[in-house]
Design a protein around this ligand. Structure first.
Ligand SMILES: N[C@@H](CCC(=O)N[C@@H](CS)C(=O)NCC(=O)O)C(=O)O
Length: 211
């Protein structure tokens, strides 16, 4: 099928973000579950994503990797889902701004914190996220400007940035500030978010049963 949507993922990975996006879009898609280790590093899979990581999305002849890119791509490929501001809308500003901010500075700051990697204070001006506090304070600023990140409607930016917030709260890499908890509760209550979590949780249970 020329325009088939295939999501390469693993339920215990950032692929859950892409799954949520697929469920928000509501188009039929097939999920291919790729195991960690050898399957993810196989030549066949690395032909799709040379990083040997999930998720990856194939849409017809187009391959998209990187969760943030998958969210942005899907929102534009299926505009009828209303998950991105119109291309000429000024709301494209905050849409891109917060999506890229989360994929770059927030992801790096949170990963460094999770792995106990400290950037010397006198090098903060050279690293994209400044300090962990700078990144988290700015993330709080982003989620408190309104109910959603790009105007008054939920968008793909909320799927991606919201996932970073929810994962951070869950794994303790983002402080449990009231603003994060309120935003997280708002977006995780969405039917598509719940459906995606149920699908991936069921896959994990199945994998655990099989040992
Ligand atoms: N920057 C990538 C990160 C993807 C990523 O790191 N995926 C991890 C799982 S959460 C993975 O596939 N790890 C397997 C490996 O590196 O072998 C994205 O946002 O999609």
């Amino acid at each position: 099928m020329a325009d088939e949507l295939v999501l390469y993922t693993n339920p215990m990975s950032r692929g859950r973000i892409a799954r949520w996006m697929m469920e928000e879009i509501g188009q039929p898609y097939r999920a291919e579950i790729i195991g960690f280790g050898e399957p993810m590093k196989s030549p066949d899979y690395k032909a799709l994503n040379p990083m040997g990581k999930v998720p990856a999305l194939v849409h017809g002849d187009t391959v998209v990797t990187e969760c943030a890119a998958i969210c942005a791509y899907m929102a534009d490929a299926f505009p009828q889902a209303g998950l991105a501001p119109e291309p000429a809308s000024p709301l494209r500003g905050p849409f891109y701004r917060w999506m890229f901010f989360a994929a770059g500075p927030v992801e790096a700051a949170v990963s460094h914190k999770a792995f106990g990697m400290e950037v010397p204070a006198d090098r903060a001006r050279s690293i994209g996220y400044g300090t962990y506090s700078d990144a988290i304070d700015t993330l709080e600023y982003a989620v408190t400007r309104g109910d959603y990140l790009a105007g008054d409607r939920f968008s793909a930016a909320d799927v991606y940035v919201g996932s970073q917030v929810l994962w951070g709260l869950q794994f303790g890499t983002i402080e449990k500030r009231p603003a994060f908890e309120a935003y997280g509760a708002r977006i995780s209550a969405r039917p598509a978010a719940r459906r995606a979590a149920e699908i991936d949780d069921a896959l994990i249970a199945e994998m655990q049963k099989q040992g």
